[in-house]
Design a protein around this ligand. Structure first.
Ligand SMILES: [Zn+2]
Length: 252
């Protein structure tokens, strides 16, 4: 026996709609579910409107992220934001063209700093089935920008790290994964490149002394002393690097 028919209101157009008066369905967890009512012909119209809103939202999200990145740079002590016009245009264009290129303002800031220092930067570099935040071929660094969930920089290689390193070191040895906490970017973007170099060197030295491995006893205490060492580093190699590694192609 079929259920009785009842008159309801279409969620999209507000006109009346006749539907079967089905008993309330239960989902797998025993919860009652009830969905909104739509005319069949109103469903695609509603979806289209929803997708347009989503698209607009993503566009605006990128603009807000970008503006926030520039504001954070502007507020840093002694930071010359006006030297970053060109780098900011590269990053802005990249982000607008592909909404998946940057996940955060911090990633945008890091990219601007690298580009401004003429370090060839490949953003969201695909490697096997993984994605690396930024690949820096001239430094042999796979850069990951980390938020709160990873608060130590040098730790022993995870399975994921080993997979990535094996792939990168296949043809050309000496690659490292360098994780930079967002704090460094937020506090002093100028420390980004010296910190990358410092951590890279530290990891390579540790490997050399430990038969290719990063020892598991390398701890947060080591890290904090290393970060102190990096504070205020004025790395002359950074400046000489500007011209040396500049490539005409923008990051992709
Ligand atoms: Zn309708």
């Amino acid at each position: 026996m079929s259920n009785a028919m009842i008159e309801v209101e279409c969620w999209f157009c507000g006109e009346s709609l006749i539907v079967e008066d089905k008993p309330v369905e239960m989902n797998y967890f025993g919860k009652h579910i009830e969905e909104r009512n739509f005319h069949e012909y109103c469903k695609p119209l509603y979806r289209k409107k929803r997708d347009e809103i989503k698209e607009e939202y993503i566009k605006l999200k990128i603009e807000v992220m970008f503006e926030r990145a520039l504001r954070m740079m502007e507020k840093q002590d002694g930071f010359h934001i006006n030297d970053y016009k060109e780098a900011s245009e590269v990053v802005g264009e990249l982000a607008r063209k592909n909404s998946k290129k940057f996940d955060s303002s911090h990633e945008m800031m890091a990219a601007m700093e690298l580009i401004n220092n003429r370090i060839h930067t490949k953003v969201q570099y695909p490697l096997n089935k993984r994605r690396i935040d930024m690949l820096l071929p001239s430094l042999k660094v796979a850069l990951e920008i980390d938020g709160v969930h990873h608060n130590f920089i040098i730790g022993k290689d995870s399975d994921r790290d080993i997979e990535i390193l094996n792939e990168l070191n296949k043809d050309d040895k000496g690659w490292e994964i360098v994780r930079i906490p967002t704090k460094i970017i937020e506090n002093n973007l100028k420390e980004l490149i010296p910190t990358i170099r410092h951590i890279y060197k530290e990891k390579q030295d540790l490997r050399r002394r430990n038969g290719g491995f990063i020892p598991s006893y390398y701890s947060r205490t080591n890290l904090s002393s290393h970060l102190k060492a990096v504070q205020g580093v004025d790395d002359p190699t950074v400046n000489s690097y500007r011209d040396a590694v500049f490539r005409e192609d923008s990051p992709s």
